[in-house]
Design a protein around this ligand. Structure first.
Ligand SMILES: Cc1ncc(COP(=O)(O)O)c(C=O)c1O
Length: 422
């Protein structure tokens, strides 16, 4: 498909100070380290990392306090930690492209020039705000209920938030016509953050609705689709490669969820090369640490993505089990939203559904607190979020965790609805 014409103009949409940025260059951008050079350019410690390492480069056993590191040869090059990491991460970016070049949404091919790597997708959320929104002047549009960091990051950057809620009566889908009207009326809105699958809704947003916003006839702004949970949705759902068809689309992903690597902090934004260039220019040069880069690169190998898919399938099986079993517990109401993430948004009621129970924040909050304080099971109370009256957000755990959760929830709800002590 040919690139569509668009009112988007990067030269007037991005902040002028960012457009003028010259990315930080290090001497190694000019003189590649081939392993033979003496590196006296970056004020590193040439003697090595301040770690007691044995000859194999592993931490000496006596210095290891945790149990998981051991003395076996580490995957990570501990001996190289005295050197700054690669600022560009081209190999890692190539692997992300390989993963997402599915030719489902376009025949065009993603390359490393389409990518920004960040310290989690939280860094991408913030980098985009700093790239496009002038503090105290510009705005973003969000669609509640949604992920809290869009609001936090906007507040930190002194950016106002305009809200067009998701359609509560339609499975928490987008309201593209309302969004488009709002964008037409206020050109100071520079970005729309769409979470798909949504947090806390677990609903995959319809591609056709996102397209309606992208096809806005006059708006000069950027559409961000946050796909943190995309690998729990049906195969082919990711719109990452679609950034090649739209000059103003950004698709964010992370290794924190399906890939199970929240601890390494690695997120990416796929977008058009000009936007990726701006994001890469404004980031701190060495934002991705070498251990993170090594682990992320390993995670995207065929052997390791097979492990990710195996765990993902187990999570989906437990999600289906929760979908079957939760409604059998008296006091549990409907699932609001969808089933396309590794969590479910479930209503709790003031009485069992058979007795005409209604969604109740009193029940949900009491259940949330009792589960955490008395039963050692922590879920998330979401009843204060738009359209989520009486809701808990429940992350899908292991088979044993789900068994325990179901058992404790049944006991806690029974006691709460009977007005007894938990
Ligand atoms: C929708 C959504 N986006 C982004 C993130 C942040 O991900 P990361 O760990 O990559 O910063 C989360 C984390 O919960 C999330 O729910």
């Amino acid at each position: 498909m040919a690139s569509r014409t668009s009112p988007f103009d990067l030269s007037t949409c991005a902040r002028p100070n960012i457009l003028k940025l010259q990315p930080y260059r290090c001497a190694r951008d000019d003189y590649k380290d081939d392993g033979t050079n003496i590196l006296l350019d970056a004020n590193e410690n040439a003697y090595g990392p301040g770690l007691a390492l044995n000859e194999q480069g592993a931490l000496q056993e006596s210095t290891v306090t945790g149990t998981s590191t051991g003395s076996s040869k580490p995957e990570i090059d501990l001996l190289g930690l005295n050197r700054y990491p690669d600022p560009h991460q081209v190999e890692l970016k190539k692997l992300f492209c390989k993963l997402r070049n599915t030719h489902t949404h376009t025949q065009k091919v993603l390359g490393p020039e389409n990518l920004f790597c960040g310290v989690g997708s939280d860094e991408a959320i913030d980098a985009l705000l700093r790239c496009f929104c002038a503090p105290g002047k510009d705005k973003i549009l969000t669609c509640p209920p949604t992920y809290g960091m869009y609001g936090v990051s906007a507040q930190v950057n002194d950016i106002e938030i305009v809200k067009v809620p998701l359609d509560v009566d339609n499975g928490f889908q987008l309201q593209p016509e309302k969004i488009n009207e709002t964008l037409a009326a206020d050109p100071s809105i520079k970005m729309v953050y769409i979470c798909s699958p949504g947090n806390p809704t677990a609903s995959l947003i319809k591609k056709s609705d996102i397209q309606k916003v992208l096809e806005h006839p006059t708006w000069n702004g950027v559409v961000i689709v946050d796909e943190a949970y995309i690998d729990f949705a049906p195969e082919g759902s990711s719109l990452a490669e679609w950034v090649n068809d739209w000059p103003n689309l950004v698709v964010m992903q992370t290794l924190s969820k399906a890939f199970g690597l929240a601890g390494i902090r690695l997120g990416v934004a796929f977008t058009s090369p000009p936007i990726a260039t701006l994001l890469n220019s404004l980031k701190a040069p060495y934002n991705i640490s070498s251990p993170t880069s090594a682990l992320a690169t390993a995670a995207l190998s065929p052997t390791n993505t097979a492990v990710m898919r195996k765990y993902r399938d187990q999570i989906i099986a437990q999600r289906e089990r929760l979908v079957q079993e939760l409604p059998k517990i008296p006091g549990v109401g409907r699932f609001l939203g969808g089933q396309e993430a590794n969590f479910l948004l479930v209503e709790l009621l003031d009485k069992p559904a058979t007795e005409g129970g209604k969604a109740s924040n009193v029940t949900a909050l009491a259940t949330y607190e009792a589960m955490a304080e008395k039963r050692g099971v922590v879920v998330r109370f979401r009843g204060k979020e738009y359209g989520c009256e009486g809701c808990l957000r429940i992350t899908v755990g292991t088979e044993q965790e789900v068994t325990r959760f179901l058992q404790e929830l049944r006991g806690v709800l029974q006691a709460i609805l009977a007005g007894e002590d938990v």
